[in-house]
Design a protein around this ligand. Structure first.
Ligand code: GRF
Length: 208
């Protein structure tokens, strides 16, 4: 029987999983109150986030697009999204978090999961949707077009890196920054903001 003690969080990743690690740590030390990660799903076999999940004793699910489509010839991308949603739903999550998940999810996925879906994106709302957001902000700053970028956590809608915003944080771009320094600063902000946003959604402040 599904253990319903506390909130159940499923995290979808494709890579290093440093944001997953921030969630795992925050659930363990209570920064995210009364919650635990019940499954980590990756579409890439070599994603280090799967190792982090294993070390934390969390169920790991490898669910790649290519092999799914080979096993189900004639199906379209929506079929993968629905199958993925069913696999994630089997974890009985109260919240799904996309933390460095590099596959665009369709309305078919969103319709088939039983709970809210949050996404972390390394840019401010409306700026630099899609991949390479940090590098594009860095180049824009070099061209004198902006002085800061930022990070957002938002509810997922079918549009890429858009949807109702849960939390944002600005990150300045310094004149002596290189892309590596900016990226490191962005990741540090992401780790804090994502934890705050997950806690806010799972444990909303009670209005008196
Ligand atoms: C983060 O910068 C996230 O915003 C972006 O991909 C990166 C994932 O980093 N979408 P990690 O896998 O959590 O370390």
């Amino acid at each position: 029987m599904t253990d319903r003690t506390g909130s159940r969080v499923a995290v979808l990743i494709s890579g290093n999983g440093s944001n997953l690690q921030a969630i795992l740590d925050a659930c363990a030390d209570g920064t995210i109150a009364n919650a635990r990660v019940v499954g980590v799903v990756s579409n890439r076999r070599k994603a280090y986030g799967l190792v982090r999940a294993e070390k934390a004793g969390v169920e790991q699910v490898y669910f790649p697009l290519g092999p799914f489509r080979k096993a189900h010839p004639g199906t379209d991308r929506a079929a993968y999204d629905v199958a993925l949603a069913e696999r994630v739903a089997a974890l009985s999550p109260d919240l799904i978090v996309l933390a460095g998940w590099m596959h665009i999810l369709s309305a078919d996925f969103l319709d088939a999961v039983p709970c809210p879906v949050l996404n972390l994106h390394p840019a401010l709302p409306g700026a630099f949707p899609g991949t390479g957001a940090i590098a594009r902000a860095f180049e824009a700053a070099r061209a004198g077009k902006l002085t800061h970028t930022g990070v957002m956590v938002h509810h997922v809608i079918p549009e890429i890196d858009a949807g109702p915003v849960v939390a944002t944080a600005e990150v300045p771009i310094h004149a002596d920054d290189d892309l590596e320094a900016l990226t490191a600063r962005m990741h540090a902000v992401e780790h804090t903001l994502l934890v705050q946003a997950v806690d806010l959604v799972l444990n909303p402040p009670q209005v008196a």
